[in-house]
Design a protein around this ligand. Structure first.
Ligand SMILES: Nc1nc2c(ncn2[C@@H]2O[C@H](COP(=O)(O)OP(=O)(O)OP(=O)(O)O)[C@@H](O)[C@H]2O)c(=O)[nH]1
Ligand SMILES: [Mg+2]
Length: 291
């Protein structure tokens, strides 16, 4: 029997835990079963208490103290330890039925998604047929304030793409904290960011060449010719991949959370598995209907 889950990823402070919490509230309000897994060994305060917490396996504080590591090195050590002790996950997740949505909250250290093969190994364990067999959707959050600096936004998009390619599971990108840019970015421009339309970068470069930006401001000073060339290359890469777009999230708005949940459900075909196991005719047919 398959299980269903979503792994919530993204840079530090993108709103992952807040989104997990809103998702769980929505699932519970709709009488759906969920199982909350916290894999961030540094997370302390939770709106919903996790059903499984990596801190019960290993403590980041202990690792830092005993191994003499900093917070990032400590986190990598914690994940390596988790990979050596996958029964911690299997024992808790294996008994869950296909009615559950497993919500996995990840830490924000970007190197986990881009530099080292820890996350692909973890995802392989979760999804392997014949083992946990979880149909997993990856949800990558980037916060909307990144659109204020388009070079930063496209760099963030590149890391979303990197996670997408590395994990090889259904993937959605989410632009979180939409409330923070209300009134700052026009609707049409925001739609272009949501579509990851990389021509935005080229237009900005043309504006700079026109001298329509202030040559004295720090951003313009930073953006020399080679920076522009780098941006163009990034834009070309995103364009040629052609598969990145964002769903908007306003975490305070129930409909916005519900819309994202339905994308997740579709990506993992959750509802298909919830259909009656017995054909309806057989359940409803009385003896008199038999030939
Ligand atoms: N305005 C606004 N603030 C938000 C939103 N979502 C999260 N925040 C705030 O952003 C901060 C970080 O949110 P978290 O949910 O902890 O982010 P995270 O991605 O889990 O952070 P790390 O686990 O540390 O990487 C908190 O102060 C939240 O209250 C949002 O939609 N709008
Ligand atoms: Mg968090």
């Amino acid at each position: 029997m398959s299980k269903y889950g979503v792994v919530v990823m993204g840079p530090a402070g993108a709103g992952k835990s807040t989104f997990c919490s809103a998702l769980i509230t929505n699932l519970r309000n709709n009488r759906r079963s969920c199982f909350y897994v916290n894999l961030d060994p540094a997370a302390e305060d939770f709106t919903h208490e996790p059903d499984l917490d990596i801190k019960d396996l290993i403590s980041l504080e202990d690792v830092m103290e005993e191994m003499g590591l900093g917070p990032n090195g400590g986190l990598i050590y914690c994940f390596e330890f988790l990979l050596e002790n996958l029964d911690f996950l299997s024992d808790a997740l294996d008994p869950l039925s296909d009615e559950y949505l497993i919500v996995i909250d990840m830490p924000g250290q970007i190197e986990l998604y881009t530099h080292i093969p820890i996350l692909p190994a973890l995802v392989k364990h979760l999804t392997r047929t014949g083992a946990l067999d979880i149909r997993l959707c990856a949800a990558y959050l980037l916060e909307a304030t990144f659109v204020i600096d388009s070079a930063k936004f496209f760099a963030g998009t590149l890391s979303a793409m990197s996670a997408m390619i590395m994990l090889e599971v259904p993937h959605i990108n989410i632009m979180s904290k939409m409330d923070l840019v209300k009134g700052q970015v026009g609707k049409r421009q925001m739609k272009r960011f949501l579509d990851a339309d990389a021509s935005i970068l080229e237009e900005e470069e043309a504006e700079e060449d026109d001298g329509s930006t202030n040559p004295g401001d720090t951003q313009t000073l930073m953006k020399g010719k080679s920076f522009n060339r780098l941006n163009k290359a990034v834009a070309g890469l995103i364009d040629s991949f052609g598969m990145v777009s964002y769903l908007r999230l306003d975490v305070q708005d129930e409909d916005s959370v519900a819309a994202i949940l339905s994308y997740i459900d579709d990506a993992i075909q959750f509802h298909e598995a919830q259909e009656p196991k017995e054909p309806i005719e057989e359940m409803e047919m009385g003896d008199e209907d038999l030939p």
